[in-house]
Design a protein around this ligand. Structure first.
Ligand code: SF4
Length: 369
């Protein structure tokens, strides 16, 4: 569908940043280029600059006549994100960036380099309205949704940083993207799905990552999980369950009061059946809160019944926020938890935690600022 967009002056949209090329699908892009009075071929040329060469500055697009670079810059390439700081740890192979959007909103992304892949964790909202009590982002509440382009530009910037050798380990390629930074991705549904399409479409319409290398996480917005299943995408779905029983989940993940564990698992099954993809269950291990052996047994049983072999449990040692009453489970407790989930026939591993020294749990850096 071609939508009409304000063309003469690219003003900030109400509560949102100004329009950017990455907000537009290919039909919209062509329409805008036409209305700017440029020949049609410029639409794909600009997209190749942005998605292919990872260039976001119109002044550096040398295949564009110098006379139109200014106009193209202000209409299609406003600066959306400015780095406030980069923090590195794990020998430089983990790099967290705090970004400032053009209305002053802070958000963050984390790039993690492994021997076989480079994964970027991105934010989909500034802040988060889901109010999980153990999470730094949840404490500050939701500021606003990010635009599609603000989401995509985190990925473009990381891909460019890797290509240009700015991350320890020499020049490389971004291989994976996880929507596990600030925000509940499915609460910003339309923009997140559009961003997934830009991240995974082949050139010139997108950055060309494989859909299977993209993970969308959710605390369990069941209707949105079903909707995502019907999008004809094959991204991995990660459900932050954190406990298998409604009683505790009602407080740990307040949205559980709306959609219970059973409803979330039913929606996850629908997703697995529709996409053929194994669902990832995220479980933050919190000392003496959700790490009891009986909860491991119950988790294993419920998941086996609801999802059969189409599930994998990721245990995440909690990264405690300064001054918080929440703490990570001791290692022996974690080990026993894994053993019990496996004993139920459900695959289960402990996630490698990167970035402990740089406050890499979602929202911690922005919260400190
Ligand atoms: S854990 Fe995730 S969903 Fe919950 S408040 Fe934090 S960012 Fe939001």
């Amino acid at each position: 569908m071609v939508v009409s967009l304000p063309l003469v002056f690219n003003a900030p949209r109400r509560g949102m940043p100004p329009r950017h090329l990455a907000d537009l699908d290919s039909a919209e892009r062509r329409e805008v280029v036409k209305e700017l009075g440029l020949p049609g071929f410029r639409a794909d040329q600009l997209a190749r600059q942005y998605y292919g060469r990872l260039e976001a500055d119109a002044e550096k697009m040398t295949d564009l006549p110098a006379a139109v670079r200014d106009q193209v810059g202000s209409e299609l390439f406003p600066v959306l994100l400015t780095p406030v700081k980069h923090l590195a740890c794990d020998g430089g192979e983990t790099r967290k960036t705090l970004w400032k959007a053009n209305d002053g909103t802070l958000l963050e992304s984390v790039l993690m380099r492994y021997p076989d892949r480079a994964t970027l964790c991105i934010s989909s909202q500034a802040g988060c309205g889901m109010a999980c009590p153990f999470c730094a982002t949840g404490q500050a509440g939701l500021q606003r949704n990010l635009s599609t382009a603000e989401i995509v530009d985190q990925v473009r910037a990381a891909a460019a940083a890797l290509r240009d050798g700015e991350v320890a380990g020499g020049p490389g390629r971004l291989s994976n993207v996880v929507f596990m930074g600030m925000g509940e991705p499915l609460a910003n549904y339309k923009r997140v799905v559009a961003a997934v399409r830009r991240i995974t479409s082949p050139a010139p319409d997108g950055l060309g990552l494989s859909q299977r290398s993209v993970t969308v996480s959710t605390v369990g917005l069941a209707p949105a999980i079903r909707k995502l299943a019907d999008e004809d995408l094959s991204v991995t779905l990660a459900v932050s369950l954190h406990t298998p029983d409604d009683e505790l989940r009602d407080t740990l993940v307040p949205v559980n009061n709306r959609w219970s564990v059973a409803e979330v698992l039913k929606a996850a099954r629908y997703y697995a059946d529709k996409t053929g993809r194994r669902v990832s269950i995220e479980y933050a291990m919190i000392r003496d809160v959700n790490d009891q052996p009986w909860r491991a047994d119950l988790l294993g049983k419920k998941l086996r019944k609801a999802l059969g072999a189409l599930v994998h449990v990721n245990l995440i040692p909690l990264n405690p926020t300064p001054g918080s009453e929440w703490d990570a489970s001791p290692k022996p407790v974690e080990k026993e938890f894994v053993r019990r989930v496996l004993a139920q026939g459900v695959s289960c591993t402990v996630r490698d935690t990167r970035g402990q020294e740089i406050a890499a749990a979602c929202g911690q850096l922005a919260a400190e600022n």
